[in-house]
Design a protein around this ligand. Structure first.
Ligand code: NAP
Length: 479
């Protein structure tokens, strides 16, 4: 912890907030203060924006190979420092060390992927239908970007945006979540070490997100917002972006259905459920939120899932052998408690868990609820905790319509051994991603994102880079 930067990163320098203001970073496993980091206000945000604007022209001219190699070096440094970064992440966010190591690898992979894509930015040359005019197409960086990230994947949500922005030649102001600023500050230090020029990435930690970000979005110099977080905040930021017509990418909330048909392989379905529900303690936008299980296998599925969930070890993420760390904070845990109490009041059966343990830290036990009433609040709310809510269904049309009956459309999971049904149901689900007989969809090489109120645009894959590029078309008449 001693070497982790705690100041703002502006124009390549580590600086304090103007009035020396700081905010605490807490350990969710103990509730104790880990350290303090700079707490920026609108003035420092302006300085960060100015640094990004100043660096933009030169950075856009940098050779793609140079940008690619900076990303590649940063990838290698991250991998070398996996343990250090994992410990840092666990201390501020709570996830078990094994999961934190997994996130470090996942986060680094975005840099490797976009280092490879940076040198493949294409253009075009063509004859227009009149046979006379020629069209030259080139790609250029969209310009200075504001990147806003949540606390649940402190490193990967940063690299998923910073990677393509660097590859495209954009400069950035990054505002990480106040609960987990340390991973982002460590990442900035790594990029500096990897040779990123001053001003290309600026990091502003703050407890006053609205005051800091709104002027940047309305000011006209930031040309792109890439946001990951809740739908409610996303909607607010879209409205603020409208004034200066800022281009936006929005990775918002989810309400994932997890559908188990009567012909599913139940071993695969339970394995998939453990991943889709328990990755990151259930604090993931991709977390299975509603388990629809065919009536004929619901009892068996519930029993097996409860057995697996009940065997997980809950405790501080730094302790060896722990599977489930604390939730992010008391507010997050309080929400989970309320949702479970509401479901139980409406008749849900608790197969395992459901009781908050005594003592410090924000722990909540892995919980399985059966016979959940569809009117329960957790059906229409992201649970963001280790709670699996099981409902039954009788036929395919019914389950597809119930799965789609939500304003969100990020991801869905389908378990069946029938190829016909697998493809038919996947095509009918109103989601941006489907896990077919798997509980994990995230991969840096695949386009991640949702439809409906789960967002706009995609991150990762080839298209992840398009989000940071504009086209320029040159019309050339040829005599
Ligand atoms: P959040 O409350 O929406 O916050 C996300 C980020 O936005 C934080 O940095 C937050 O800072 C900032 N923010 C809040 N209000 C703002 C404002 N007025 N102006 C500018 N920034 C503002 O979400 P969260 O609780 O951190 O994260 C959980 C949510 O993220 C869930 O809904 C989850 O589904 C979603 N998520 C989506 C994806 C995806 O790829 N689709 C991935 C991960 C998470 P403050 O905390 O200081 O307000």
């Amino acid at each position: 912890m001693t070497d982790t930067p705690t100041q703002l990163f502006i124009g390549g320098a580590w600086v304090d907030a103007a009035d020396g203001a700081t905010m605490s970073v807490d350990d969710p496993a103990t509730g104790e203060i880990l350290c303090h980091v700079a707490d920026a206000g609108p003035k420092e945000a302006r300085l960060a924006e100015e640094a990004a604007v100043r660096a933009q022209t030169e950075w856009a001219r940098t050779a793609p190979r140079v940008r690619s190699e900076i990303l590649r070096r940063a990838y290698e440094i991250i991998i070398e420092r996996t343990d250090e970064l994992a410990h840092l992440m666990t201390s501020e966010m709570g996830k078990p060390l094994a999961e934190a190591r997994g996130e470090v690898a996942y986060a680094a992979e975005f840099f490797r992927w976009f280092s490879e894509e940076a040198v493949r930015i294409d253009g075009g040359y063509g004859t227009l239908p009149d046979g006379r005019n020629r069209m030259l197409l080139s790609r250029r960086p969209v310009g200075p970007c504001l990147l806003i990230t949540p606390w649940n994947f402190p490193l990967a949500m940063g690299t998923r945006k910073i990677g393509p922005a660097i590859a495209a030649g954009c400069t950035m102001v990054l505002k990480p979540a106040p609960q987990t600023p340390l991973s982002s500050l460590a990442l900035a230090a790594i990029l500096k070490e990897a040779g990123l020029p001053d001003g290309v990435l600026n990091v502003v930690t703050t407890s006053r997100a609205g005051e800091v970000c709104e002027p940047l979005l309305r000011g006209g110099r930031i040309r792109k917002l890439s946001f990951t977080g809740s739908t409610a905040v996303g909607q607010l930021l879209l409205a603020q972006s409208a004034e200066a017509v800022v281009r936006t990418s929005m990775e918002l909330g989810g309400n994932a259905p997890f559908i188990v048909f009567e012909d599913a392989d139940l071993d695969k379905a339970v394995d998939g459920a453990m991943v889709a529900k328990m990755r990151n303690m259930g604090e993931a936008c991709t977390a299975a939120n509603r388990f629809f299980v065919h009536r004929s296998v619901a009892e068996e599925f519930g029993r097996r899932l409860a057995e697996r969930m009940g065997a997980l070890v809950v405790g501080p993420g730094t302790r060896e052998g722990v599977d489930v760390g604390p939730l992010i904070d008391r507010t997050g845990r309080g929400k989970v408690e309320e949702l479970v109490a509401d479901a139980v009041e409406r008749g849900a059966r608790v197969l395992v868990g459901g009781r908050t343990p005594e003592g410090p830290g924000c722990f909540y036990p892995p919980t399985v609820l059966a016979c959940v009433d569809p009117a329960s609040r957790l059906m229409g709310t992201e649970i963001f905790g280790p709670v699996a809510a099981i409902l039954t269904f009788d036929d395919e049309d019914e389950v597809v319509s119930r799965a789609n009956d939500t304003p969100w459309g990020l991801v869905g999971y389908v378990f069946t051994e029938g190829l016909d049904r697998a493809l038919r149901v996947s095509e009918r689900l109103e989601v941006g991603m489907v896990g077919l007989n798997t509980g994990l969809v995230s991969n840096p090489a695949a386009p991640f994102g949702g439809i409906k109120q789960s967002g706009l645009g995609r991150e990762g894959g080839r298209v992840g880079l398009d989000e940071f590029l504009e086209y320029q078309y040159l019309a050339v008449p040829v005599g």
